[in-house]
Design a protein around this ligand. Structure first.
Ligand code: AMP
Length: 314
């Protein structure tokens, strides 16, 4: 399958690489690393990495704008369904390739490479480069490493396998990364965010079934000087609370006029609940966007039921 993908890449002079809305390090690093790898292998090709960026991820590189798409190949990374593709109208492209590690939702591409057992889309791209004529250099390897580390939450999730460690080990051996520098890119954050994390730790509501959640209004976020997306990202920091098996941050995003829900689990499968509320994601890491705090009540109830069932079965 990787060879088939590279054959398509070889065929097109213009290649656009897109990924999901709500950019995160795995989506953006895989996108920019693949762009750089294609440019390194085929210097004459026009390759663009598109989508809305975030200043937080400037360390990963710059995104492009494209106009006037003609006879181009679209590669969509880290995105299981059409509606979540950022900035690309798939109807404008001659052919489409999907490369993803989310559970399957729908087919929208001519070639679809999906491996939901992989820690990250970056891990798939590392594999693809290893097994094909696509070239890589230290910077490409560093990008892919940072995306993988971020999406596996520093090798915390179950889709971190022996192959993941082998992949990372081979990269480190080859390129001798400065880990402290790379981790500072991914994990350094302002004190304001740490203070908000402290607030969440103090005020998280925990049900008797093991659901932990917190509602963060815009007023509160302004007080802490943290935007809603960064607040949502804090969900990754509550993995090991004994009394909590599923947890969610529910934060008001007035810029996009939505309530942002970020959900994580240490046991119960939660993505079907996120899907019920027009969201989605992985079995243990999902998200959704709702219109009001009132609407979130029924989602909270559903998550609590899932926790209760899980505890009973255990
Ligand atoms: P996050 O909590 O934003 O890091 O997202 C965790 C996982 O859920 C990622 O795989 C996202 O792609 C997915 N996800 C988050 N929000 C949504 C949404 N509104 N719709 C579908 N998938 C989502």
């Amino acid at each position: 399958m990787f060879k088939k993908i590279v054959k398509k890449i070889k065929k097109y002079n213009t290649i656009v690489i897109a990924r999901h809305i709500g950019v995160d390090p795995d989506a953006m690093a895989s996108q920019i690393a693949l762009k750089e790898s294609i440019k390194l292998t085929f210097p004459k090709k026009n390759v663009y990495a598109i989508g809305m960026g975030s200043t937080k991820f400037n360390y990963l590189g710059k995104l492009d704008k494209v106009e006037d798409i003609k006879d181009a190949l679209l590669i969509v990374l880290d995105t299981p369904d059409k509606r979540r593709i950022d900035a690309a109208n798939i109807d404008l492209y001659t052919e489409i390739i999907k490369i993803d590690h989310h559970p399957y939702i729908e087919t929208f591409a001519n070639i679809e490479y999906i491996d939901a057992a992989k820690s990250s889309t970056c891990e798939i791209i590392i594999d693809m480069i290893k097994k094909t004529k696509l070239k890589e250099n230290k910077h490409i390897a560093e990008l892919l490493f940072m995306g993988l580390v971020s999406d596996s939450n520093r090798f915390l999730f179950n889709n971190t396998t022996s192959k993941t460690f082998l992949t990372v080990s081979q990269l480190m051996k080859k390129y001798d990364f400065n880990l402290a520098e790379l981790y500072a890119n991914v994990y350094l954050r302002p004190l304001s965010e740490v203070r908000l994390q402290g607030y969440i730790e103090q005020h998280m509501i925990v049900t008797e079934n093991g659901l932990g959640y917190i509602k963060l209004t815009n007023e509160l976020l302004e007080k802490f000087d943290v935007d809603s997306s960064s607040a949502g990202n804090l969900v990754n920091n509550f993995n090991f609370i004994e009394e909590v098996i599923v947890w969610a941050t529910i934060s008001e995003d007035i810029k996009n006029e939505v309530i942002r829900i970020n959900i994580r689990s240490r046991g119960p499968i939660i993505n079907h609940i996120a899907e019920k509320y027009h969201g989605g994601g992985h079995e243990m890491a999902s998200g959704a966007r709702l219109q009001s705090f009132e609407e979130t009540e029924s989602l909270i109830e559903d998550l609590d039921i899932v926790c209760k069932k899980y505890k009973k079965e255990k």
